[in-house]
Design a protein around this ligand. Structure first.
Ligand SMILES: *Cc1c(COP(=O)(O)O)cnc(C)c1O
Length: 376
């Protein structure tokens, strides 16, 4: 890694340093549409709730500390991605999307951007650099990709995009700032869904963008103010609180994933396994260079769809949900959404349960799923 891990200790004391005697240690929530505004408006003075809010500012300072760059908060990951795309693209531009990453940006591009005169192209994550980036205005990159957990070389690809005159937008949702630092590896914009591990308790949707490019940041702020794509004060406050335990949760989840991935790989019910932390992942070398941790997502392929469904249903410590990154371990057969994966492919999102209890439950459920009559 080309930089240091975000300072989780300083994050916890970021706000407290500025508090007066008697002030609450916890962030007060400020739900407000109107602010007292006599005379002329002034820069830095809250005027109207679509333009600014003190709870967002506190959240953006905490996220900015983790990203090492200015941040803008959005009400979901897709709102953040949309802001990055609309701040970058004009009619006549070419946009390159990952063919295998999170599917909603492709649907958004197809449904709305094409009609505005933007040409949309896709390439698989592992072959993103092939064909070059000449004439492409913006490239969305996702590594590890969701759900396949394929990687691409951020340093090499962001440099090639910049050399060709384009803007690189890196979706860092699967890693969080504790797992990977795309800006330090050359990205122009980081986008993330904080609905996942940063929120972590399955009770909020949020997202953010981070960029050191002041013009891009100003354009994304204008997009937010003018379209009203703004977070609610309560969700911003809840995410701010969740960030205080992100490092703790993320490290625990990654440790547990490291512990159970090799055991899964050896289990006779598992036909294929994708986890960047295992030496037989095709891009394990890149993973160790580019990522601080291997992450908490594991892709495992069982014999077929029915076996995968039986596995998820049989495991009391796997919740059958879509989405990932929460304290509860969750599992989902991604083919049910049309992702280009095998019918028996399960995306496992490792939660914060103790590793031994989780492994025991998974081991039993895998055996039961493979041989449904065997234990009755
Ligand atoms: C979930 C997800 C998003 C979208 O985030 P929302 O908060 O659901 O809008 C974007 N990118 C990736 C990689 C995701 O997993």
């Amino acid at each position: 890694m080309s930089d240091d891990k975000p300072d989780a200790a300083a994050l916890l004391h970021l706000r407290a340093a500025g508090l007066v005697k008697g002030a609450p240690l916890a962030l007060p929530i400020t739900p407000a549409s109107m602010f007292r505004l006599p005379g002329e408006p002034e820069a830095g003075v809250d005027a109207y709730g679509r333009m600014s809010n003190p709870t967002w500012v506190a959240l953006e300072e905490a996220l900015g500390h983790l990203e090492g760059a200015p941040v803008l908060a959005f009400p979901s990951g897709m709102a953040a991605i949309t802001a990055a795309l609309f701040a970058t693209l004009e009619a006549g531009d070419r946009l390159l999307l990952p063919a295998d990453g999170y599917y909603t940006p492709r649907v958004l591009a197809d449904r709305f951007l094409k009609g505005l005169g933007i040409t949309v192209e896709t390439r698989p994550t592992t072959r993103l650099a092939e064909g070059g980036f000449e004439g492409i205005r913006a490239v969305l990159i996702e590594t590890p990709s969701n759900p396949g957990l394929d990687l691409c070389d951020l340093e090499q690809i962001t440099a090639a995009i910049r050399a060709a005159g384009g803007v690189s937008i890196v979706d860092n949702t699967t890693m969080t700032p504790f797992g990977q630092a795309p800006l330090a590896l050359g990205a122009d914009i980081v986008v993330a869904s904080d609905t996942k591990a940063p929120g972590g308790h399955s009770d909020l949707l949020m997202g953010h963008v981070a960029s050191r490019d002041t013009a891009l940041l100003a354009a994304m702020r204008d997009w937010r103010t003018m379209t009203g794509s703004i977070p609610g004060a309560f969700d911003a406050w809840l995410l701010h609180r969740s960030l205080e335990t992100l490092e703790l949760r993320f490290e625990r989840m990654c440790d547990t994933a490291d512990a159970i991935a090799p055991r899964l790989a050896r289990h006779r019910a598992v036909h294929a396994l994708s986890f960047p932390g295992l030496p037989d992942h095709p891009q394990h070398g890149l993973a160790t260079r580019q990522m601080r941790r291997a992450g908490f997502l594991i892709g495992l392929s069982l014999a077929d769809a029915a076996t995968a469904e039986r596995f998820i249903a049989a495991c009391p410590l796997i919740e059958p949900t879509t989405s990932f990154g929460g304290v509860h371990t969750t599992g989902e057969r991604r083919a049910r959404w049309g992702d280009d994966v095998a019918p028996g492919f399960v995306r496992l999102s490792v939660g914060t349960e103790p590793a031994d209890a989780l492994w025991d439950a998974i081991d039993r459920a895998l055996t039961d799923a493979e041989d449904p009559g065997g234990r009755s």
